[in-house]
Each structure stands twice: as structure tokens, then as C-alpha cells.
Design a protein around this ligand. Structure first.
Ligand SMILES: [Fe+2]
Length: 166
């Protein structure tokens, strides 16, 4: 039986050079963790929201879950396409997500809306920085991050609109 060699050949080739691949891979991995965390937070809120606007908020949260899940998949698959193994395990998300923590237990509709607005603001701040970083390393990944930002900025507006006084 042949012995495994110490230097394992990467199974997926990359369209990027080593340095660009490494920097872009870290950016995509970080984005993946934030998006998985957002999806879990939105589901937690979907189950725990109470108040006069229960139904609207409950349903709007599931729209956010679907968006975050879909984008997490896009980002993970982009990482794979540049030869980076995506890591979306629960422990990795708990350790590496940059989004604010969401408290357990029942939460009022107003509290939930505020928490979602804050989480989206932080996600968007991090995405803007990552868009800048990918400008030099990989325009295709940058294009994906721009598309995600466009949709999430729209969601951020819609959630903020619920807090604003008429
Ligand atoms: Fe549900």
C-alpha cells in the first residue's frame, strides 16, 4: 500500500494565484459565517417574536432566512470554485461570526426589529470592507459580494422603515 505523501495535492484547482486565493478565501469564509449566523438568528427570532405585529414580523423574518441561506450557499460555492474548502460547521460559526449576539427567550416585535436592523447594519459594514479588499484579489468574488450587499441593503431599509415614525 502506497504511503500518503506529506504534501497533499489540492483537489480543486484555482483560477487565482496563491496569494489572491488565500486572501479571497478568508473573505468568503468570513462572509459565510456571518450569513449562516444571520440565518440562525432570523429563525430564532421567527419562533420567539411576540406582540401586535407578530404576523408581519414572523413572515418577514422567514424572507430574511431564505435570503441569508441562499447567499450563504452562493458564498460557500464561490469559495469552493476558487479552491478553498468552505467551513460552515456550527462551532466555526459560533466562534467566527462577527454579528451581534441575539438573546434567547420571547422577544417583543419592536426588540426583534431593532436586533435585525443592527445585525444587518453590521453585516453590511463588513461586506463593504470586503468589497474593497476583493478589488485587488478577485473581481468575480467582489461581484458576488456586491450583489449580496444590494439585496441586504434593501432588506435593511425595509426593516428600518418599520421603526421610523410616520
Ligand atoms: Fe416557520
Amino acid at each position: 500500500m502506497a504511503q500518503k505523501t506529506a504534501s497533499k495535492k489540492a483537489p480543486i484547482s484555482s483560477p487565482l494565484g496563491d496569494q489572491d486565493r488565500e486572501i479571497t478565501g478568508k473573505i468568503l469564509q468570513g462572509t459565510l459565517l456571518d450569513l449562516i449566523d444571520l440565518h440562525l438568528m432570523a429563525k430564532q427570532a421567527h419562533w420567539n417574536v411576540v406582540g401586535n405585529f407578530f404576523r408581519d414580523v414572523h413572515l418577514q423574518l422567514d424572507e430574511l432566512v431564505a435570503k441569508a441561506r441562499g447567499f450563504a450557499d452562493d458564498v460557500a460555492e464561490r469559495a469552493a470554485a476558487i479552491g478553498i474548502s468552505p467551513d460552515g460547521r456550527a462551532a466555526t460559526v459560533a466562534e467566527g461570526s462577527g454579528l451581534p449576539k441575539f438573546d434567547p427567550d420571547w422577544r417583543s416585535d419592536h426588540e426583534v426589529i431593532e436586533a435585525v436592523v443592527q445585525a444587518l447594519a453590521e453585516l453590511l459594514r463588513r461586506l463593504r470592507a470586503r468589497i474593497d479588499e476583493t478589488d485587488k484579489t478577485d473581481l468575480v468574488s467582489q461581484d458576488l459580494l456586491i450583489g449580496i450587499s444590494r439585496e441586504m441593503e434593501k432588506a435593511h431599509w425595509m426593516w428600518q422603515a418599520q421603526l421610523a415614525a410616520a
